[in-house]
Design a protein around this ligand. Structure first.
Ligand SMILES: *Cc1c(COP(=O)(O)O)cnc(C)c1O
Length: 370
């Protein structure tokens, strides 16, 4: 029995699922996680909260996740300069990872006969979620160095007339930011819903503003974020969205009832109470990212400046061979399918050193073979 023997939907025939390799190696730098574990004191609080939630686990959870929305609003209000804004709990939505948030958005605003516009190279899940919700994924080219100018964005919106636009800032896998001018121009160019995926915003410099600055008076603007990256909570699955409360009412039409388990709500709320501790590693990760940029440049690679916790580097003669060479040395990076490039996440200082050493080793071998 093969997948192709099954009567799956016509529009899913021949598609591939998300497939970042899951390989157990000493140095895992392939999916942009925070590689620091959650501090013991926060783990203790989470355990206590989980234990409290278990007392009522015979009941369905709070469908409106009120405590969690309050905690998320507090966190967003308190965040780094440039990334914060006064948001109310009513403007916060959440789901099992921001991937599920994006799925809710496309279930409500996309779907059959509708389209979502993206600017590749961008997050590989955007087209997959589009396909899964029956939304047509349409694309437009970026400017040089993966930038998107206001004029480029406006021209793309006018050409494709999409129902939804996805802008990713900082963008995965390039690390590039999208300016507020571009977001504003995109919004003004049509009546489309505009989503800014800010999964990596905590790693951006404090003077790189969040799209939150634009939220007031723009009911079609949505900002998605996640606890999976800076917040070191990828395993818990919690993503969220900030938008006009009416947008959240639209998402209520498509989410499954009680979609956030009592355990997820309790764990995330407890972790958010410690948000400054949870974010303590962000500065260190930014330093390692900047170190990667400096060292890779010195080694002769082309490196794109990154506002996130990873770096895309080019000039790799054979990315597949380099990927294998690094893997043989216990280091897992990501081949994102852009010619002659690889992407590496900034890890702890030790992990970053291990990657840089393995890479120069692989390089040396490659030169010997020539
Ligand atoms: C990692 C990532 C996410 C996070 O997804 P979760 O489902 O919240 O873990 C979202 N958007 C982008 C661009 C990402 O790289």
């Amino acid at each position: 029995m093969e997948l192709s023997d099954l009567p799956i939907r016509d529009d899913l025939q021949g598609k591939s699922p998300y497939g970042a390799p899951m390989i157990d190696v000493p140095v895992t730098l392939n999916v942009n996680e925070n590689t620091h574990s959650v501090p013991a004191e926060v783990r203790a609080s989470i355990l206590e909260a989980l234990s409290g939630a278990l007392e009522n686990i015979n009941r369905y959870p709070d469908r409106e996740f009120v405590a969690l929305r309050l905690a998320l609003a507090d966190y967003v209000n308190d965040g780094a300069k440039g990334h914060s804004a006064p948001v109310t709990p009513e403007s916060v939505w959440a789901a099992n990872g921001s991937n599920e948030v994006l799925q809710h958005v496309l279930q409500a605003f996309g779907g059959p006969g509708r389209s979502v516009l993206g600017f590749p190279p961008t997050y590989s899940m955007h087209p997959i979620i589009a396909e899964a919700t029956g939304t047509q994924w349409v694309t437009a080219a970026r400017d040089a160095d993966f930038e998107i100018s206001p004029a480029t964005a406006v021209a793309a919106v006018k050409e494709h007339q999409p129902d939804v636009v996805f802008l990713c800032s900082p963008n995965n896998p390039t690390g590039t930011g999208v300016s507020l001018e571009t977001i504003e121009a995109t919004y003004d160019a049509s009546d489309a819903m505009v989503l800014v995926d800010e999964a990596y915003i905590e790693f951006a410099p404090d003077d790189h503003p969040s799209a939150l600055r634009l939220l007031e008076g723009r009911p079609r603007l949505m900002i998605s974020r996640t606890m999976s990256k800076a917040f070191a909570f990828a395993g818990a699955r919690l993503g969220y969205l900030i938008a006009d409360p009416a947008v959240n009412d639209a998402l209520r039409l498509v989410r499954l009832p009680y979609h956030l388990s009592a355990l997820t709500q309790a764990a995330a709320t407890a972790a958010l109470a410690h948000h400054s501790t949870m974010l303590a590693t962000v500065e260190q990760i930014r330093e390692q990212r900047d170190r990667l940029v400096t060292e890779l440049t010195k080694m002769g690679y082309t490196v794109w400046p990154s506002l996130a916790n990873f770096v895309l580097f080019g000039g790799v003669v054979d990315p597949h061979a380099t990927f294998r060479g690094l893997l043989e040395r216990g280091v897992l990076v990501r081949d994102v399918g852009i010619e002659h490039t690889l992407r590496v996440s900034a890890g702890t200082p030790e992990e970053t050193s291990a990657f840089l050493e393995a890479l120069s080793d692989v390089d040396a071998l490659a030169r010997l073979e020539k």
